[in-house]
Design a protein around this ligand. Sequence first.
Ligand SMILES: O=c1ccn([C@@H]2O[C@H](COP(=O)(O)OP(=O)(O)O[C@H]3O[C@H](CO)[C@@H](O)[C@H](O)[C@H]3O)[C@@H](O)[C@H]2O)c(=O)[nH]1
Length: 464
Amino acid sequence: MAGVASSSNGGAPPPPPRRRRVLLFPLPFQGHINPMLHLGDALHARGLAVTVLHTRLNAPDPALRRPEFRFVPVPDGVPRDVAASGDVIAIIGAMNAAMEAEGAAALRAVLLAVLADEAQPPAACIVFDANLLAVPAAAAVVGLRTLVLRTASAACFRCLAAYPMLHQRGYLPPQESKLYMPVEELPPLRVKDLFYSSLSNHDKMRGLLARGIEAVKSSSGLVINTFDALEAAELERISAELNVPMLLAPGPLHKLSKNSRSSTIIAWLDKMPSRSVLYVSFGSLASMDAGEFLEVAWGLANSGHRFLWVVRPDSVRGSSDGPAGLPDGFEAAVDDGRGKVIRWAPQQEVLAHRAVGGFWTHCGWNSTLESIGEGVPMICRPQFADQMMNTRYVVKVWGVGLELEGELERGRIERAVRKLMEGREGEEMRERAVELKEKVADCLKIGGSSQIAIDKLVNYIHSA
Ligand SMILES: O=c1ccn([C@@H]2O[C@H](COP(=O)(O)OP(=O)(O)O[C@H]3O[C@H](CO)[C@@H](O)[C@H](O)[C@H]3O)[C@@H](O)[C@H]2O)c(=O)[nH]1
């Protein structure tokens, strides 16, 4: 009976389980840092201490830092010219080469120092981004268990695991004449939806992927930022086809985080009617040329709809010195206050705002999940990597968006905006998006699939 059983400590309640610590190591890009920090928020909320390793490149923005986490720098060794090139595959390659040098000595030294920190609870494992290839060997040497976080979809992981097969069977590299050919092994994808790299980076990409898959198989488990109701079939196929020790889908991770940012842009949205604003943003990496930028500006202005457009300082190729200039006459065309151009948005808060009725996105996986999580339908304009396959799922599988294909041209943009914001088709997409939002809410409830996945992860961490 509780409270009366005798015990060797004289009837005192048993001590609480020893607090444990989890180490997180994201890749130095916003789209990878955000989900890792959100995972950290969810684990911290379950009582775990969190230490975030970061390279010079991925030192999280001060606005994203959490006072309750510890942040520890790791030397990345990426030469400045490579870092400045913006070539993601080259940056990852240089980082892995430098980190793996001398048996990953620098990373091992950091891990040993972190493990030796007696002011912190004992470290139980490291969750690392799938692309950081030096981690498994370094963690093994210091006796730390590993888990891999994939920040893209389950469908994307499946596609990457199939990369050798896609080459052997002639789907890749993609040929112009076969772009619309279905990939029978990976429905509903077509050749044009596949993740592939430019030919110049092809061998690096192949090596990176092969080792990334090995890292998953040799770790204790794989965490994918997705949720069961969204990608049930893809998750099942991963379980059946790949020998992954533990597969967890606790997403959408941003919904497990209570971290929110305020901004003057929210006050602007507060003044707008419900569902009247199109939010336009292409993530943290995608860019366009000056001609396309002009077409986007006029397409938005001519649509007659309200919009909030994120133009990063490096959004227009060849203009990294400052924000791209808006075309003459543009501001006058929207001077009724219906358009706003900003350099960066608190995106999750913007998408959650009742005034936002649509999202024109590049379909990075975080943006896709953030839109789905708020029931906001999308105009999809993918550029590279997994964005084409995310678009395919948004349009064909979930029916919550339309694709803007072909050359970026103002008339085409205007028509797409009108279709989403005022057409019957757009309304149907919005209804389906709201249904998906409800599924997100279900998976986040106590007993929901995402919460169960986090429970399993916490149990695993405590099992050390
Ligand atoms: O003004 C902005 C623009 C973006 N974001 C945030 O930045 C992140 C962007 O992530 P994502 O939408 O995934 O785009 P990318 O930055 O392009 O992400 C890279 O990483 C993703 C996850 O692996 C991949 O799906 C993408 O293709 C890849 O380009 C999201 O959390 C956004 O909320 C803001 O907060 N404010």
